[in-house]
Ligand binder design. Structure first.
Ligand code: SAH
Length: 339
């Protein structure tokens, strides 16, 4: 059985035609799916026979909200969703001036092992299908009753380790017959799976690529990010240069700043050297608390000194606003099975 939301519009058309129905039914069904129906029964204008025919091969279900937390500070909402097989993931809705943004997961758990991140504790259970990735947007939107206009793939999992499903998701979320979210309103964050950055560049999607760098040299990066042993900083920045040339998009680098680990001015100086020649933006994220590790944020002054150094050396650096801090909904705090 396949999740009906895993199909692209064209695949849905083929499925409808293959059981002897007219193509326009696909458009109606696609609309229902993107509105957030939880069963075939809810598709009231679709003939019973077509629904029964499709139900032999496909299932329709709703992501179940197991838990929902709302921040008293900034209205950020964190959802714990149950998937059809009982696995769970988290997604976060944030209210920005430029529109409502959802942070979505791409895998159940994560195999990357970054030392500061809660999402990787307990490892990887499985990939999400493209339908399960898009369902997080559909059901969050249904719950809040307002249109979500921006998407960041910065939740649980490494999107580029689930490449094919993420590509399919990107095409589907952009489909004007569906959610119709523009590529320019989508960011994808990776810890740096270098070969997949080259693969992604081929699609030339005008999305924003965010790269989790977090350290200014290989030794310290390998220490906190095991992925660096597979693909080092030089290989990663070469891939970023290629991506940037191919897609003409500025890359966004993420730097979780950690007290006494990567927060000195000498770290900033090394970081400048690495980023030289890249058309980029540095997103500094004061490290968020995760109970299982000891990492803590540097002082506000220290962070400012770090950012000032970057700016003085020609690299725009902004400190990411921390949203949902009272509900553990910030970067690196999402988990599977968070009951
Ligand atoms: N796997 C992808 C997508 C996750 S995005 C990636 O690594 O990019 C989540 C972002 O938050 C990443 O930049 C991640 O490195 C960062 N992050 C993880 N744990 C964090 C923490 N405790 N504090 C701040 N940022 C964290």
């Amino acid at each position: 059985m396949t999740n009906l939301r895993d199909l692209t519009f064209e695949e849905l058309e083929d499925a409808v035609v293959s059981v002897g129905e007219k193509k326009f039914r696909a458009k109606q069904i696609f609309e229902w799916l993107n509105k957030g129906v939880c069963s075939f029964d809810e598709m009231t204008n679709i003939p019973k026979k077509l629904k029964a025919d499709l139900a032999r091969e496909y299932f329709v279900y709703g992501l179940e909200i197991v838990k929902k937390l709302e921040s008293a500070i900034d209205n950020t909402k964190k959802y714990l969703f149950r998937l059809y097989d009982g696995n769970m993931i988290e997604s976060v809705v944030m209210y920005y001036k430029h529109g409502i943004t959802v942070c979505i997961s791409s895998q159940v758990g994560c195999a990357m092992g970054c030392k500061f991140c809660a999402s990787t504790i307990g490892g990887l259970a499985r990939n999400l299908s493209s339908g399960e990735i898009i369902e997080q947007i559909i059901f969050a939107q249904k719950d809040i009753g307002e249109r979500i206009s921006n998407v960041v793939m910065m939740g649980i999992g490494e999107p580029l380790a689930n490449f094919d499903n993420v590509i399919k998701f990107l095409k589907n979320v952009n489909d004007e017959r569906g959610l119709n979210i523009g590529y320019r309103h989508i960011s994808l964050s990776t810890c740096g799976i270098v070969p997949r950055i080259y693969d992604l560049a081929k699609y030339k999607f005008p999305i924003t690529l965010s790269v989790s760098l977090h350290a200014p040299d290989d030794e310290s990066r390998s220490h906190i990010m095991p992925v660096n042993d597979a693909y080092n900083i030089k290989e990663l920045t070469d891939a970023c240069k290629y991506y940037q040339d191919k897609c003409s998009r500025r890359i966004s680098f993420e730097y979780a700043i950690i007290r006494d680990v990567n927060d000195s001015v000498s770290c900033a100086a090394r970081l400048c050297k690495i980023l030289k020649g890249l058309m980029c933006h540095l997103n500094v994220i004061p490290v968020n608390n995760v109970d299982e590790n000891e990492f803590t944020k540097p002082s506000v002054e220290k962070i400012k000194r770090f950012c000032d150094y970057m700016e003085q050396n020609g690299i725009t650096a902004t400190v990411r606003r921390e949203l949902g801090s009272d509900i553990n909904a910030s970067c690196g705090q999402l988990r599977k099975n968070n009951l």
